[in-house]
Design a protein around this ligand. Structure first.
Ligand SMILES: Cc1cc2nc3c(=O)[nH]c(=O)nc-3n(C[C@H](O)[C@H](O)[C@H](O)COP(=O)(O)OP(=O)(O)OC[C@H]3O[C@@H](n4cnc5c(N)ncnc54)[C@H](O)[C@@H]3O)c2cc1C
Length: 489
């Protein structure tokens, strides 16, 4: 019997674990180690953050789902990886620390034959003074929608702002809280949902709503922007994004590294080197992401964390990590199998793998501060990569080490993204975008790096309905309800 251990039960890890169990059956064991008792459909946190959904609508308990699937569930966080075992045993294992199941704080060693790292991001609030509380958590001055609990808190604060805006002029600031953030899409959705709610509440005229972002141009979205086919012509995402902001009366400040946050103030440095302060009454600033801080040790106990992980804490896989200038970046730099180079039985998927470099062009201020988006790994790629990795692991178990590994390069993969711009059955709106490939391939598609036949975008009510239907479909799938495998990632 082989043991597959999946660290992280989010979008990518849950996909990997559930498919691995389905394909391996009872002959082999699949174990999920994840610190939360509940699964969260993170994209719908946006709607929790404006009071249009409750926390219960976007989460469900993991234990019954894993019990139904026959997956061993350990509510714990992984702490360290020991790929060569220890002095008296060659069996690789991880150490975990329980966060629930009545064993909080207890540690355990969990042996594995195959290990999948799907631990997602550490929300690195403390990278910006004042954005965090100094203990790794969200600080007191801003809100976040990155977790369901954050979104509940954000909505409580927002409702007070909407109430106060009935009688006074207030300012809302939404965007990225550091020069090296990703996930601009989530902030984009949140700012337009606030605009939508403020209009519904009749207080929009009393709210100044402003966007602050590390993108060097509007519509970069961490993928270096894109060109979209719209009604027979190609429009740049810059034009697309700027139009949406102008139509809604939302001003913007871009190329910004938020360097410090204080009560009602965000200090920033811009790409041209100038500095300034944005004042606010309410701010949602996305934190930068890092790896979750797993350590790795060799058989003799020596620290080999640097061999398995990049300095940002993400796991090194089969990418080309050679440092080279932007002009020399290639689609082939991006990983295909997500297997770690040193250990054939360790893989990383979703946000947990280390990208070879950003997708957006790297930029620095004259003072040397890097200000550009780091690469997003959104839900669809995270799910597709998780499934491909599970497939490879299952084939390795069934066919042995000569099995062909499954590939899912982000430079050969399309992604669909439906960004909400306001919730409502008849007045909702969402921008539906497809991009192919996610990482541009300028050799294959000279000029814009993408295939225009498969890269398009449109905003409207239909997009909102799609987003709402996807919410129900993905939660249905994650609960492993009948026919779940038919729903694509
Ligand atoms: C507000 C918001 C809105 C978004 N909207 C969209 C959208 O509309 N469309 C879209 O495609 N994408 C969206 N995304 C991105 C999407 O949520 C991510 O791409 C996706 O969740 C990544 O999957 P993942 O499995 O890599 O990480 P996660 O889903 O974050 O899962 C990581 C898991 O690992 C667990 N973990 C952490 N530390 C450890 C540890 N030490 N040991 C074990 N487990 C650990 C975590 O608890 C979590 O369960 C959004 C993100 C945010 C924050």
């Amino acid at each position: 019997m082989a043991k597959v251990v999946v660290m992280g039960g989010g979008v990518s890890g849950h996909t990997a674990a559930t498919f691995a169990k389905k394909w391996l059956g009872d002959e082999h064991e699949v174990i999920v180690v994840t610190p939360n008792s509940q699964w969260n459909w993170i994209p719908s946190n946006i709607w929790v953050g404006v009071g249009q959904m409750k926390k219960e609508d976007v989460v469900f308990p993991l234990a019954p789902v894993y019990e139904k699937a026959g997956i061993v569930y350990k509510q714990a966080k992984a702490v360290s990886i020991h790929p060569e075992g220890k002095e008296d045993s060659d069996t690789p294992y991880i150490t975990i620390e329980y966060t629930g199941q009545g064993k909080q704080g207890q540690t355990e060693e969990v042996e594995y034959d195959y290990l999948i790292n799907a631990t997602g991001p550490k929300l690195n609030f403390d990278a910006t003074p004042g954005l965090g509380d100094g203990n790794g958590q969200l600080g007191p001055h801003t809100v976040s929608v990155c977790t369901a609990d954050h979104a509940v808190h954000a909505n409580n604060e927002l409702q007070q702002i909407l109430e106060k805006a009935k009688t006074e002029k207030l300012k809302v600031l939404v965007g990225t809280g550091h020069g090296m953030c990703t996930c601009q899409g989530a902030a984009f959705e949140y700012i337009f949902n606030i605009d939508h709610e403020a209009r519904k509440a009749g207080v929009r005229d009393n709210l100044e709503i402003k966007w602050i972002s590390n993108e060097s141009f509007m519509g970069d979205f961490g993928i270096g922007g894109l060109h979209l086919k719209r009604g027979g012509y190609a429009a740049s995402s810059k034009l697309f994004a700027e139009s949406l902001f102008v139509e809604r009366g939302v001003d913007w400040l871009i190329g910004a590294h938020v360097s410090k946050v204080e009560e009602g103030k965000a200090h920033y440095e811009l790409l041209d080197g100038s500095e300034g302060v944005e004042e606010f009454d309410f701010a949602m600033l996305i934190p930068p992401f890092a790896g979750v801080g797993l350590k790795a040790y060799a058989k003799d106990g020596s620290d080999i964390t640097d061999e398995l992980f990049a300095p940002n804490g993400f796991m090194k896989v089969d990418a080309d990590y050679t440092q080279k200038p932007y002009e020399e970046w290639k689609a082939s730099d991006w990983p295909r199998t997500y297997q770690t180079p040193k250990y054939e039985n360790i893989f990383a998927c979703g946000i947990a793998f280390a990208p070879p470099h950003s997708i957006s062009k790297p930029m620095k201020s004259p003072k040397g501060t890097p200000i550009f988006p780091t690469p997003p790994r959104t839900g669809m790629p995270a799910g597709i990569i998780g499934k491909a990795v599970a497939h490879s692991v299952c084939d390795l178990i069934k066919e042995g080490s000569s099995a062909h590994l499954h590939e899912a390069s982000m430079a050969e993969m399309g992604a669909a993204c439906v960004a909400s711009a306001g919730k409502g059955l008849t007045d909702g709106q969402a921008a539906a975008l497809t991009v192919y490939p996610v990482v541009p391939d300028f050799e294959k598609y000279p000029g814009i790096g993408r295939d225009l036949d498969y890269t398009f975008g449109e905003i409207g009510l239909a997009g909102h309905w799609i987003k709402h239907i996807l919410h129900h479909m993905f939660i249905y799938k994650a609960k492993l309800n009948p026919g779940w495998t038919l729903i694509p990632e």
